[in-house]
Design a binder for this molecule. Structure first.
Ligand code: AP5
Length: 222
């Protein structure tokens, strides 16, 4: 029999490194990365009605209404690839109502990863973040600079990545984080996200390896 695919949630303040860790996790464990922020930005770029509405909230660093976010995430989680390979959900849920909605649809994570990073570091990470529109890769001008001049020339910045906007995003995060955490207390691991990205990943790897080992031995004893 096959080992059940992993179902993971990753959470943390704006720019705590969720997207960066998701790149490393998917590369090693082959999970499907589903980022609520990326799904929303795709709608914004497409200029859809939902996208136009979502942008108004994102500009203010507020949560986009559940009517838009919940079904978007649910549909992506229900796709065959997420079901077969397992999923890594990034930036969702951000409120207890979003967590409850997901549970109602039958999506329960095995592990909830919380990245902890002090606030002064977060602002520096946001302001220096750049994205490669061709590969989708996340860079930082200081901590993770582009590999070539060609990549450097095409990097873009997110519309909500200013010092002023990240402060609003942080406020929203603080208002909601406790309620979400309390729903996943028994499966939460807290990770020190302030160290280098490979050292952050090493902490996550320990937790994921343990989880997979437990699964395998549980199957072996059947
Ligand atoms: P979203 O896109 O999820 O943004 P966020 O939570 O603010 O998180 P970020 O994407 O900014 O950061 P990250 O943690 O992924 O960090 P990254 O790896 O890039 O949401 C945007 C908006 O959409 C929200 O404000 C809201 O309006 C809306 N939204 C999203 N989800 C929603 C939901 N569920 N409900 C309602 N509304 C929702 O790293 C940041 C930078 O730091 C990079 O430059 C990176 O290179 C660098 N870096 C990363 N790790 C390290 C390290 N260890 N050391 C040094 N540098 C590092």
């Amino acid at each position: 029999a096959k080992v059940e695919p992993l179902k993971i949630m990753i959470s943390g303040a704006p720019a705590s490194g969720k997207g960066t860790q998701c790149e490393l996790i998917t590369k090693k464990y082959g999970l499907v990365h589903i980022a609520a922020g990326d799904l929303l930005r795709a709608e914004v770029s497409a200029g859809s009605k939902n996208g136009m509405l979502a942008r108004e909230y994102m500009e203010k660093g507020q949560l986009v209404p559940n009517e838009i976010v919940v079904m978007m995430v649910k549909e992506r989680l229900s796709q065959p690839d997420s079901q077969e390979k397992g999923w890594l959900l990034d930036g969702y849920p951000r409120s207890s109502s979003q967590a409850t909605a997901l549970k109602k649809f039958g999506f329960q994570p095995d592990l909830f990863i919380l990245l902890e990073v002090p606030e002064d570091i977060l602002v520096e990470r946001v302001v220096g973040r750049r994205l490669d529109p061709v590969t989708g890769k996340i860079y930082h001008l200081k901590y993770s600079p582009p590999e070539t001049e060609e990549i450097a020339a095409r990097l873009t910045q997110r519309f909500d990545d200013t010092e002023e906007k990240v402060k609003l995003r942080l406020q929203t995060h603080h208002q909601n984080v406790e309620a979400v955490l309390s729903m996943y207390e028994d499966i939460t691991i807290k990770v020190d996200g302030s160290v280098g990205k490979e050292d952050v990943f090493a902490q996550i790897e320990v937790a994921l390896t343990n989880l997979l080992e437990q699964r395998k031995s549980a199957m072996g004893s059947l």
